[in-house]
Write a protein that binds this ligand. Sequence first.
Ligand code: UDP
Length: 345
Amino acid sequence: MSKILVTGGCGFIGSHTIVDLLDNGFEVINIDSNIRSNVGALAGIKAITGVEVPHYKVDLCDLSATRQVFEEHPDIDGIVHFAAFKAVGESVLHPLLYYKNNINSLANILECVQEFDVSHFIFSSSCSIYGNTDELPVTESTPMLKAESPYAHTKQIGEQMIESLSTVCPATGFVALRYFNPAGAHPSTLIGEASFAAPTNLVPVITETASGKREKMMVFGDDYNTRDGSCIRDYIYIMDLANAHTKALQYLQDQKNQKNFEVFNLGIGEGATVFEAINAFEKATGLSLNYEVAPRRPGDVEAIYSNYIYASKTLNWTPKGSMEDIMRTAWQWEQNRPEWSFKAG
Ligand code: UDP
């Protein structure tokens, strides 16, 4: 069984990916600072899989604490690196928080990849690296434009750091996965998107509005050049996104990669507007949402959705979840959220 170090495994994408890795026979250990996540996610993972994942409460910005985990586990075969701050709006307000956290932590984990000769490295990247592109759908070769937020810039820089390192670590396979908009929850709803501060992503905002936690939600802009004036995004079901990490690791382990740094888009290849997402929720749940149109949100791009054919063909990966799956599981999660999911720690 090969041992995979997940960083940020108590977070949304990390926790769902751990479940998929365990379901596919990988052994997993986890590093998470729990500054913006809760260790309770591991209890959810145990309830789903029966596996207690070893946990190190370590901030990756602390290089010596990070190195100690590698010293204790010289047999780490691969890393899936999720740990990062991810709120676009917050990054606009606090750019240095994002540069310091996301870049320093990546530099440290990459230093360990090099020092401890780790064979496989998967990086959480983002479609935000494409910027406000006119080329839709975006392929992996669509040029990166100026980042619209410091968050997006940290992902651009992150990919460049990895590419540079890949040239001096020829024995390591590096992959960057460019996520579009993941949402929904594991079908058990024992894990899900656990935001502590008020969530800013559309789907949790929708479910909080439906539950009455917020009186109403805002649609940020109805004057974009899109079919109904609201922004377009490519919403991908979280379990499909999780499975792509497993497939990427298997691809590297089977030495199917042509180069030692490759990038893949992970979306469903279709965009939905904010109004369409609201309608999908109302249809999936029979509830109606109280919303109002507000000004555009700084840092938002107008429209982005993926061409994911490269991931589909190369990784033998197909996203299966629908918008209905996303909305139904997100709503079930909202209604059944465990205590741990409301606070960091
Ligand atoms: N959005 C919105 N109201 C909200 C949250 C998000 O209208 O309360 C819009 C946002 O402007 C964007 C889309 O929903 O067009 C997706 O936003 P999210 O933050 O989920 O993801 P992003 O693509 O910005 O990372």
